[in-house]
Ligand binder design. Sequence first.
Ligand code: NCD
Ligand code: ZN
Length: 361
Amino acid sequence: MPASQPNQAASDRIHITRPDDWHLHVRDGQALDTVVPHTAAQFARAIIMPNLKPPVTTVEQALDYAARIRAAVPTGNPFTPLMTLYLTDRIAPQEIRRASATRSTGLGDMVVAAKLYPAGATTNSDAGVTDIRLIYPVLEAMQKEGLLLLVHGEVTSPDIDLFDREAVFIDQQLIPLRRDFPELRIVMEHITTKEAAQYIAEAGPHTAATITAHHLLFNRNAIFTGGIRPHYYCLPVLKREVHRQALVAAATSGDPHFFLGTDSAPHPAHLKEHASGCAGCYTAHAALEMYAQAFDETGALDRLEAFASFHGPDFYRLPRNSGSVTLERRAWQAPQAYPFGDAELKPLLGGELLPWKLLDR
Ligand code: NCD
Ligand code: ZN
């Protein structure tokens, strides 16, 4: 039927404004050489998580780290890392003012946010905050300076069931925090539950959330299909199908408070395939392809651009990117593993067919 052909063609290839990744782990040292080019091939900018060992707690450390990341970007690629500070019980408000100053010069790399890890919540979070009230002067400074607060939203108490830790965090920590700092821009990172999606949708103009591709594609069964599958283990952990559906609804709703953040979190394969395997899914090699698949499965490809390319910069008050990327409906297979320093990195869905492919720049 000739009349349907243009539609057919349009849905087999989509062009979107070049997107950004608003939550990313790239690690340090040799690991950068593997993972930074993957992200730089897809995204113009990425919010770089500060949970190194030791953590990135000063502006000086953040800017040095940015330089090491830039050194791993392929020549000619304009990728820009956006840096963050790791909040500890002892960080001084002065450091926030220094961070804020990096944004006003317009020269060099910027520190745009600080990350709150409840101590012990996830990978390299031991130095995190033990009690939010200890950092109230710092949050005051962030609110004043317009630095964003990025939150790993899980309580850490062993008494709370692992699958309930996000919902409990919202009630016990986030709601009081939101009330005490009404102008602070807060991003709840990598949300995984219907409770979080609902909270964000109703929390007003200064609260947003990132959503990963893997939480849109999988529910918790993926961790246990035919045996324990450590490459599907991340924190916050995958949840029930009802939660996955709520995340898909939020991501495809057009609500500007939801945007793309992969939480791509590389670990050496031998430390994931381990008696006490590390949390984190590596998705940077095929991030946009996975998001396209998730949006396509629910008939919402037309909503992908706003989620991936508009809502993030608008919330961060940064310019949207120019230029575009093209995704094509063409099955391909990602490698099973990449070299990762002296180890191997096994990407999520490595060796399996992905229905969408990002075309080269
Ligand atoms: C992240 C990591 O490995 O650094 N892991 C993860 O499971 N997502 C930390 C984090 O974002 O929680
Ligand atoms: Zn993360």
